[in-house]
Design a protein around this ligand. Structure first.
Ligand code: BF8
Length: 663
């Protein structure tokens, strides 16, 4: 099929679903981000993109040129100071998004423990594990009582002023010592964000390394604080993900059903919608309207949350949010917070679709606001679905690319990875570590983060294919995970089709895909735990920095991605992005790309082409293997029957095998 003519080659659309839809007459009438990008042009402001535009006070904005005395800021701020301030503010903004999300989840968790929501404490084993970490007694206590104490303790960590965050204790000892020695242990989640904002205010911190020290502390408050609290408490409340089969892409929309898409990040409402979508009264109402039922489908990270835990299909990732609506087949898009483009309400202005905003923090012109009340969650969900059902009969011309849906196996929480390879009776990361040590798996790579319209939509695919071809196991989150699911890399068969020989052998034996879906963006905290488990298991060094592990958020869009990248770097994991706003400040950019390694054992990297990113990731992994002394045996290690049996003992995750159960 020909590429839609309005798309520039640098941001080529390769997704067959998107192309098919954009070629339909009804979609051609819709203005999308691709249209706007073409109309606005794509050239970025040089100062902004290089990190040297300062607009933190009203003497400016000052555009700084590094090394030119007359082109420092009016206040005298240099390029390094300004770029560091801007970078730190990006980390703080990203952290604040994860933090505010996490706080809502903790509040929902407390309400659940009090019996005020339709949810319940599901994962009692994880509840006890977390309680032990927080020093909360469990013996003889009711699960809700423990959960309430845990929730209140967790909530207190947001506003805590002194001390350190509890979750830091989960990190490898060596990592903890580095943080202590460098003075970057976060004291309280909110405090670190506020302090970044203060220190980057006009006339406060003028030293780029010192500014970055606070950015590092803030990022840890995100990864090991807010995000990890959110992931773990959400798991306890809604269930820790286990492997499940599901489907991804525009074709998951149903011709015969009321289509309701949930978009955003906080799964509290989405979980309530999942319950209400099975409500007899609503189903009868849908039938009366001529629909066979209610079809919930996810978009972005709310989509990832219910995909991971319930196997609910995903209709589209960030760059597809307008496409989902352009089908004309969606009765309501229910949005909460983050990554929701204002354009969605305009895409549907001539359609029957409602954009339903549900959170007082996130309203939108032309949206319909139905405030989600966590204490009356079921009623809120019913109200929303009733409205969507009412729209079904009004559905006008529409087009669903029906055959564009791809099978995925999802649900690879770090607990799943633990017993997937370790087996039900010997849950551990030992087999993973052993397979890395013997070279069947060269290392692990995280592909996380966003998509955006300035690059082709197959960047993640190119990187992932190169990695797995070179026997690197890929773990994915966020929209990157959805992009990889959309190209069939999250099916077990993808190992046979795309993986190198030795990775293929491991995947085939266990029945897992070579690219594992680990969750939403806050679930990058699962990767921190997985890396820590690998360290604790032994044989791969004493801290995360020694592991043959590397990460990328190649086409980052959101500030959250930079916060994530920074907490991985501060935790010792090398991270490569496609670009960063640092190049206008020489000393600062050297510090980010090299200097940070001396402080935390890892630094940022930049490579503009997807294949170069993959090659840099493989090189980083091989360098770590070399340093660990596990590269001595280069010859291929064939699996004998004993090895095979050993790994097969791990088969049967949750009684379903990694092929998962059909939702
Ligand atoms: O938190 S990957 S575009 S949806 S920011 Fe947004 Fe980026 Fe998608 Fe999820 Ni994460």
């Amino acid at each position: 099929m020909a590429k839609p003519s309005r798309i520039a080659s640098s941001n080529e659309i390769t997704a067959s679903s998107t192309r098919e839809l954009l070629n339909q007459d009804l979609a051609k009438k819709v203005r999308t981000a691709y249209t706007r990008l073409e109309e606005r042009g794509m050239s970025a402001c040089l100062f902004g993109s290089q990190g040297t535009c300062c607009k933190n006070c009203n003497m400016g904005p000052c555009q700084i040129i590094d090394g030119v005395e007359s082109m420092v800021g009016i206040c005298g701020a240099t390029a390094d100071t300004v770029a560091a301030r801007n970078f730190a503010r990006t980390v703080a903004a990203g952290t604040s998004a994860h933090t505010d999300h996490a706080r809502e989840m903790v509040r929902g968790f407390i309400a659940t423990a009090k019996g005020q929501t339709p949810h319940e404490i599901k994962d009692v084993a994880k509840l006890h594990k977390m309680a032990a970490l927080f020093g909360i007694a469990t013996e003889g206590r009711d699960k809700n009582e423990i959960a309430l104490e845990l929730g209140e303790r967790a909530l207190a960590e947001f506003g805590q002023q002194d001390g350190t965050l509890t979750m830091l204790k989960r990190a490898p000892q060596k990592q903890q010592k580095i943080w202590k020695d460098k003075g970057v242990e976060p004291r309280g989640v909110d405090r670190e964000v506020v302090e970044v904002m203060h220190r980057t205010h006009m006339g406060v911190d003028q030293e780029y390394k010192n500014i970055m020290r606070q950015a590092a502390r803030c990022s840890l408050a995100d990864g090991w604080g807010a995000s990890m609290l959110s992931t773990e408490l959400t798991d306890i409340m809604f269930g820790t993900p286990v492997p499940k089969r599901a489907t991804i892409d525009l074709g998951v929309l149903r011709e015969d059903m009321v289509n309701v898409t949930v978009h955003g990040h906080e799964p509290l409402l989405a979980e309530s919608l999942c319950l209400a979508a099975e409500d007899e009264e609503l189903l009868a109402m849908a039938k009366k309207a001529g629909a066979a039922g209610i079809n919930l489908a996810g978009v972005c990270c709310t989509g990832n949350e219910i995909l991971m835990r319930r196997g609910i299909p995903v209709a589209g990732s960030f760059i597809q949010q307008e496409m989902v609506l352009a089908t004309g087949a969606v009765e309501a898009m229910v949005v909460d917070v983050q990554c929701v483009m204002q354009s969605v309400a305009q895409v549907v202005k001539d359609k029957h679709t409602d954009i339903i905003t549900t959170n007082y923090r996130a309203m939108m012109p032309d949206g319909v606001h139905i405030q989600f009340d966590e204490h009356d969650a079921y009623a809120s969900a019913k109200k929303i679905l009733t409205r969507a059902i009412g729209n079904f009969k009004k559905r006008g011309p529409h087009y669903i690319p029906k055959d564009k849906k791809f099978d995925v196996v999802v649900g690879f929480s770090h607990e799943t990875i633990n017993y997937m390879l370790g087996g039900r009776f010997r849950q551990s990361y030992r087999p993973l570590n052993d397979n890395i040590i013997n070279g069947r798996i060269r290392g692990v790579a995280a592909i996380v983060g966003c998509e955006h319209y300035k690059h082709a939509d197959n960047v993640h695919e190119i990187i992932a294919k190169e990695l797995i071809k070179n026997n690197v196991l890929v773990l994915a989150t966020g929209c990157a995970a959805q992009a990889l699911g959309r190209v069939g890399l999250m099916r077990p068969e993808a190992a046979t089709e795309f993986a190198g020989e030795s990775l293929r052998e491991v995947c085939e034996t266990v029945g897992m895909p070579p690219v594992l879906h680990v969750g939403s963006c806050v679930d990058n905290s699962r990767l921190l735990i997985a890396l820590t488990e690998m360290v604790h298991e032994g044989g791969l060094g004493n801290d995360i920095a020694e592991l043959p592990a590397v990460g990328t958020a190649p086409v980052w869009m959101s500030e959250k991605a930079v916060a994530i990248g920074q907490y991985f770097v501060t935790s010792g994991a090398h991270v490569i992005f496609q670009d960063l706003p640092i190049s206008g400040a020489k000393k600062f950019s050297d510090f980010i790309l090299k200097g940070l390694k001396e402080e935390y054992g890892a630094c940022w990297g930049v490579a503009s082409e997807p294949l170069d990113i993959a090659k840099a990731m493989i090189a980083a992994i091989e360098e770590k293997r070399e340093a660990l002394g596990i590269n001595k045996k280069k010859e291929r290690v064939l699996m004998d029957m004993a090895m095979r049996r050993e790994i097969e003992a791990g088969k049967g995750v949750g009684g379903m095998g990694c092929g998962g159960g059909k939702h």
